[in-house]
Each structure stands twice: as C-alpha cells, then as structure tokens.
Write a protein that binds this ligand. Structure first.
Ligand code: C2E
Ligand code: MG
Ligand code: MG
Length: 571
C-alpha cells in the first residue's frame, strides 16, 4: 500500500526533482508535490496547502536552503525539512542542521532518502503529540473544566498583567461574585444540575461583558470579573447593574426555573490595593460584607478589613459569654389571626457584649456554628426559653415557645438528649415547645434530618419550617416530614402588598400548606394592611413589628395588658 506524502520541493532542477520523487515512490510513498525555486513561490505554496515534508536544494540561482528554512520557520509550522544537495561540505551541513534542518542527503546517495523521511515523519508526529499534550496540560492548569472559563490561577495572572498596564494611567476594578445558596442547589438538585447552573451563569456573565473585561470561575460558587480599563471608578456601578440585569431571569435547569441571587464585592486599583493578591483579598472581604448585609454588592472599605481579626476575637469571647450569662433572649409574640389571640412567642437570642453593646444573632450565629460554640449556645437558649415559658405558665399565661435551631444543632446527635434535659430542668412539657428549622438545615442531610425530626415529633414537640420560600425545598418534600407549621419568609410578607410576585408566593404557600394540613405563619408583618391581607388569605398566624418587635420577657409581661391582643391559648 502506498502512503500519500504532500511534498514541497525547493529546487531549481526539474530533473533532480523527478529523481527525488521516483525514489520516494520506490520507498512506498505516493507524493503529491510542488516545486518552487523562489521565496515568493515557496511562501505562496506554504500558505495555500498543508505539507508533510519539505526538501530543499542547498544553493539555487535565486534562493538557498538557509533562506528557505528561515521562511518555513516564520510560518510557525513544524514540518520536516531535509536538504537534498550535491556536496556541501561538512561545515555547511553542520551549520544547516544547527539552523534547524532535520537532515541532509547527497543527491548522489539517495538511498538514504526514504529511511530519513520515515524517521523525520515519525519524529514530527511525536513532537506534534507532545505539543498537544502540553496544550492540554496548559488548558487544564488554566481553565475551569466546568465552565471553560479561566480558573483562579489564570485570573490572578490577568489581574497582575492588568495592574502593570493600568498603573498610573487609569483605574481598574476587580469584582468577586458569589452565588447565594448555591450549595442548596447542589444538595437538592444534584451536582450535574449544579454544574449546569454554573455554566449558564458563566455564559450570562460573558454575555454581559465586552473585551477587555474578563470573567473567570474561581471555584465553588465564586466568579471573578476583571475590568482592566475603567474610564472612571463610577463606571463599575454600570457594569454591576448590567450583570444584575443579565442574571435576573431565572435559569432553566432541566425545566426547573432557578432564581439566582449574587453578592458582589468590589475592589479598585489604585485606592484599595496596588498588587494582585491584596486586590483579590479586598474584593473577597467586600463580597463577604455584601453577603453579610444581604445587599447585592459592596465596595471595599478598610474598616471591613479590621472586621476579620475582630470577628475571631469575638468568637473567643462568645464561648465565655455563654458561660458568663451575657446572652439574653428577646421574645416576639405570634398572633392567631382569626381570634386575635397571642398563642406563642419566638425566642430570639441576643448578646449583651461588654464593650459593643447589644449584638444581634446575625452578627454571631454563623460564626458560632463554624466554631462549634453553637452547641452550648443552643443548650442555653433551650433551657432559658423553656424556663421563661414555664414561669409564665405558673403565672397563668399559657404560651408555647419557639426556639430556632441552626443546621449544626439539628444534626447534632446529642440534640434529643439536650432537649430532654432542658425539659427536665425547667419542668416544661414537650407540647409547649416548637422548634424552628430552616429548609437549608434540612437539605444539608435530608435523611438524617428526617430521622431526627421524627424522633422529636414522637416526643410531642412541634416542628416548624422557618424562612419558607427562600430555599429550594418544595412543599411536597415537606410532606414526608413530621412538620406542623411553616413560616413564610418575611422577605415575601413585607413586600406582598407592593409586589405581585411576593403576593402570589404568599398566597400559594398558604394554600399548599393548608392542603398538607399545616399551620401557616407569616413573619415580618409590619402593617395593619398586611395583617388584613393575610387574614383574607386565610393565613393562621402573624408575627411582626405590627404586633410588636421582640422584647425581653419582663417588658413583654407589662406590654400584654396594654395591648389590644388577647393573651394565651384557649386550649
Ligand atoms: P428568624 O427566626 O426568621 O427570626 C425573625 C427575625 O425577623 C428576627 O430577627 C426578628 O427580630 C425579625 N423580625 C420580626 N418581625 C419583623 C418585622 O416585622 N419586620 C422585619 N423586617 N423583621 C422582623 P433577629 O432577632 O435579628 O434574628 C435573626 C435570625 O437569627 C432569626 O431569624 C434566626 O434565624 C436566628 N436566630 C435568632 N435566635 C436564634 C437562636 O437562639 N438560635 C439560632 N440557631 N438562631 C437564632
Ligand atoms: Mg425563627
Ligand atoms: Mg424567619
């Protein structure tokens, strides 16, 4: 079988070319060839077609092998180049090889031709494979396999380069964007769909930006956006607005619509930092801040920075705070809408810090979870809440008490024992206690959550799903759980009169909740109008500033007689 060989011959003699081609045919090749004898024609042929090999005479009237070689080099093509010539002398042969010729063959000794061709084609193939392998390695090292966007390493290089280019000329901005609750998507819908969401987010980000702006995926739910050439610092806001617009429509993942919210942290050079790593760090701190404040974006400010070591200090103090009784509970009543009767209260923890004053749970619960202080904290809250509840009962005020459980406490194997202890210590009964659990705590480990909840339910404790509507659990998946109550998240309730979408969510949660035999509570009821609207929709209970903000047990007791709400359940 003959092997096709696309052959370019740089040669002024047609006869010599014929001899060369004949030798190749002898050796089993079927050359399709062109003969050139000037730089111009050689360039034209190289540009016009793909070639497997180049043979070149050493000297020709208008051209020579060195120039031919240089020309081939210029194209960037890696094609074997073999000099076929009359005697050229050893010195020039060596020089030619040094210049990049792969071999030289004497016209009088064409026997060497075919073995040389075979060897050089083989070598070229190996070089080609190596090149591909190193390109693959490069790609793997610098791109994120899920989104095909540049990865963190590459992004950092871009940032470094952009800083060099921008220095002293114009500002640049670095944005870090984290998706809210991406973990829930992954946990509830699976990693494949999670990946698909990331891909789509990546595509939309790319759509929102123009060159030279760069998008990268830095890992997890984090994207990096580099705006290397800003005319004015304020232009960042326009870009953020555009990104938000592009992310607004829900993402369709296997026909499931998923709304994505993102927190963006912004760092600017100069101003915040002048090197890549510090700039990245500033953007990261700003993003954390945006998430903490639940705003869509935050521009870095030095005082955020001081926050971090401070936070660590705070955590060390929290451990002592639990022991030294610096924690206290505020209670917020829950009103049965139909009867206007206060049927329960929710215990909300606060930290009376010696220097900082009263700290709200959003400032320390997450960190308490991360550091493990949440265990003792939950134990304290349970005991204190049940103690107050039992105390009120002895004074003739019959109220259930709701305690919030964090994800970590829900999955703590010692939880049932902890609750039994708290009930024993205080003399309260299980039916006085409601535990509020968020959807995200359940999806963290649904099977385990189901078992724990079943055990708690058997003890006679009420279970409530808090902040309902913000996560990805469906009401039907709640059907499998021994849940008694759902609380519609305050973000929907607060907006329900102004926003049709919120109103629709509130209405359907009430309807579906009732279909499943659940009690439906609306939190964040701030106005009389909202209360009335909820009443019209048949919502069971309301909680919010309209009734009263959370307050201490003492002040609540003196508030009861002055308020227009009846106190205590009829049962
Ligand atoms: P949550 O359980 O959803 O509690 C409702 C939050 O909404 C409370 O904030 C409450 O003060 C606030 N709120 C009540 N009525 C209104 C209203 O009409 N409008 C508005 N805008 N807000 C209202 P708080 O006390 O800052 O608690 C925040 C979150 O911290 C709670 O959300 C709960 O998830 C968590 N938390 C509170 N206490 C504890 C605790 O003892 N343990 C655990 N693990 N988490 C707790
Ligand atoms: Mg709650
Ligand atoms: Mg809530």
């Amino acid at each position: 079988m003959t092997k096709p060989l696309r052959t370019l011959v740089v040669e002024d003699s047609a006869d010599d070319t014929e001899l060369l081609v004949r030798e190749l045919r002898h050796g089993g090749y079927e050359p399709t060839y062109a003969r050139v004898e000037t730089a111009a024609t050689m360039s034209a042929e190289l540009a016009a077609r793909a070639w497997d090999i180049v043979f070149s005479d050493f000297t020709m009237p208008q051209f020579n092998a060195f120039d031919a070689l240089a020309l081939l080099r210029q194209t960037g093509l890696d094609i074997p180049f073999i000099i076929v010539s009359g005697t050229i002398g050893e010195d020039r042969a060596v020089t030619a090889m040094r210049a990049g010729a792969h071999d030289y063959i004497l016209k009088g000794n064409l026997k060497r031709l075919v073995p040389a061709v075979e060897r050089e084609l083989r070598e070229a193939r190996i070089r080609q494979e190596r090149r591909q392998a190193s390109e693959t390695i490069y790609r793997l090292a610098y791109t994120d396999p899920v989104t095909e966007l540049p990865n963190r390493i590459r992004f950092r290089e871009y940032v470094q380069q952009a800083i060099e280019d921008a220095r002293g000329k114009h500002p640049l901005a670095l944005l870090l964007m984290g998706l809210d609750r991406f973990k829930d998507v992954n946990d509830t819908l699976g990693h494949t769909r999670g990946d698909s969401l990331l891909q789509q987010v990546g595509m939309r980000l790319r759509g929102a930006l123009f060159a030279p702006d760069t998008v990268a995926r830095l890992g997890g739910d984090q994207f990096g956006i580099l705006l290397p050439r800003l005319a004015a610092t304020d232009d960042v806001k326009l870009v953020i607005k555009k990104i938000q617009d592009f992310l607004q429509a829900p993402f369709m993942i296997d026909s499931i619509p998923i709304a994505v919210e993102a927190g963006i942290g912004v760092a600017i050079m100069p101003g915040h930092a002048t090197d890549a790593d510090t700039l990245l760090q500033c953007a990261d701190i700003a993003m954390y801040r945006a998430k903490q404040m639940a705003t869509s974006y935050a521009v870095y400010a030095p005082e955020f920075n001081r926050h971090s070591p401070e936070r660590l200090g705070l955590m060390a103090e929290l451990r002592d705070a639990v022991e030294q009784r610096q924690l206290l509970l505020h209670f917020q009543p829950k009103v049965e809408i139909k009867t206007g009767r206060i049927v329960g209260t929710e215990a909300l923890v606060r930290w009376q810090h010696l220097r900082r004053g009263l700290l709200m749970p959003d400032e320390f619960i997450v960190a308490a979870e991360q550091t493990g202080v949440i265990g003792p904290l939950t134990r304290w809250v349970l005991t204190d809440a049940l103690g107050h509840c039992q105390g009120a009962r002895l004074e003739g005020i019959q109220l259930r008490v709701s305690v919030n459980l964090s994800a970590r406490s829900l999955h703590d194997p010692r939880l049932p024992e902890m609750i039994v202890k708290a009930l024993e210590t205080t003399g309260a009964e299980p039916r006085q206690l409601t535990l509020e659990i968020t959807e995200s705590a359940i999806v963290l480990d649904p099977k385990r959550a189901e078992e724990t909840l079943a055990a708690l339910s058997r003890m006679g404790i009420w279970l409530s799903i808090d902040d309902f509507g913000t996560g990805y659990t469906s009401l039907t998946s709640i059907k499998r759980l021994p849940v008694n109550e759902i609380k519609i998240d305050k973000s929907f309730v607060i907006g329900m009169l102004a926003d049709k979408n919120d109103a629709m969510i509130v209405r359907s949660v009430i309807e579906l909740g009732h279909n499943l035999g659940l009690r439906v509570v609306a939190e964040g009821v701030e106005t009389n109008e909202t209360f009335d609207a909820l009443s019209a929709l048949g919502c069971d209970e309301a909680q919010g500033y309209f009734i009263t903000p959370p307050q201490t047990c003492e002040s609540l007791k003196s508030w009861f007689p002055t308020s227009s709400w009846k106190v205590g359940s009829t049962s």
